[in-house]
Design a protein around this ligand. Structure first.
Ligand code: SF4
Length: 291
């Protein structure tokens, strides 16, 4: 849940999940639509799908326990090196580090090397005698992340309070290696066409051509080109919607109609049992202003 998402956003979702599903077995019995519905609004829905697939595997193959080898943990859907190291370190106290953005920055600054030039696995393995000196490794993993977030911050690191300031190469160097800049935001332009019924319903389909919105309930969405738009479609508004590093510039159109194309289904504008992603909810809210 915390991947690319702030703690304060995650807390109510985490509480809702752990209150409703007390065991892995109970969570493993739900279907994809149910988990997506609970995840609604949190974004990055692939995480919910992977979580459910992983839990089903844990229950079926691993007696509802996290396996103990790196290979088995990494074989779970959606689990890469970072998550596998974090899980084994947090749960089994193994001497591992979860190398997130904060930890990368600490190493990068301490060594005064750009993070893309550091082979983290190698650096950790060579320095394991110096790094893993505690028998509370799960706390150490968390502490290093917090150290990056609170002391060796992206901007204005608190070097005077830092316990590493005597040996930190970044602090001493006149030629400081800067950490990688954030990914550039890419702007994309789309027209969205909504079939709307007078009964406050909108037609949505899971068949759309947009890769990053595949299998989600959406109105008709097309890349903005110079093609003219039929007068049947009325312009409602222009707005921006951000998804990850994409900034979508959207022109929203609508028409009242009782006839809809084959793959579409009617959905209520304000009350859906089925999962509706935030991207679509925003469209529903705009369309609601017509009533
Ligand atoms: S001395 Fe400053 S730059 Fe170096 S590790 Fe500490 S906080 Fe980061």
């Amino acid at each position: 849940m915390l991947q690319q998402t702030q703690v304060k956003t995650v807390i109510p979702y985490f509480k809702k999940f752990t209150k409703k599903y007390r065991t892995l077995e109970s969570l493993s019995r739900i279907n994809e639509n149910q988990i997506l519905k609970m995840w609604e609004g949190l974004g990055y829905y692939r995480r919910a799908r992977n979580l459910l697939a992983s839990i089903k595997l844990l229950v079926k193959k691993h007696k509802s326990k996290l396996p103990k080898t790196f290979k088995e943990v990494k074989a779970l859907p959606g689990v890469g090196n970072y998550t596998a190291n974090a899980l084994l370190g947090f749960i089994y106290n193994e001497p591992r580090l979860a190398v997130d953005g904060n930890v990368k920055r600490v190493f990068s600054r301490y060594l005064n090397k750009k993070d893309e030039k550091i082979n983290f696995e190698r650096v950790i393995s060579i320095n394991k005698r110096n790094l893993f000196i505690t028998n509370r490794n799960s706390d150490f993993i968390e502490a290093l992340m917090e150290f990056g977030a609170l002391i060796c911050k992206p901007k204005d690191p608190k070097c005077s309070q830092c316990c590493l300031n005597k040996s930190c190469k970044y602090l001493k160097s006149s030629n400081k290696a800067e950490t990688k800049k954030r990914k550039k935001i890419k702007i994309m332009n789309y027209n969205i066409f909504c079939y709307v019924s007078k009964k406050k319903k909108i037609a949505l389909t899971k068949e759309n051509e947009i890769k990053f919105l595949k299998n989600f309930n959406l109105p008709l969405i097309k890349e903005m080109k110079n093609n003219s738009i039929s007068k049947d479609w009325k312009f409602l508004k222009n707005y921006r919607n951000s998804i990850s590093n994409l900034s979508l510039n959207i022109n929203l159109y609508y028409k009242f109609s009782n006839k809809i194309p084959k793959s579409y289904n009617w959905h209520s504008l304000n009350n859906n049992k089925e999962f509706i992603p935030s991207f679509t909810k925003r469209i529903l809210n705009q369309i609601s202003t017509l009533f």
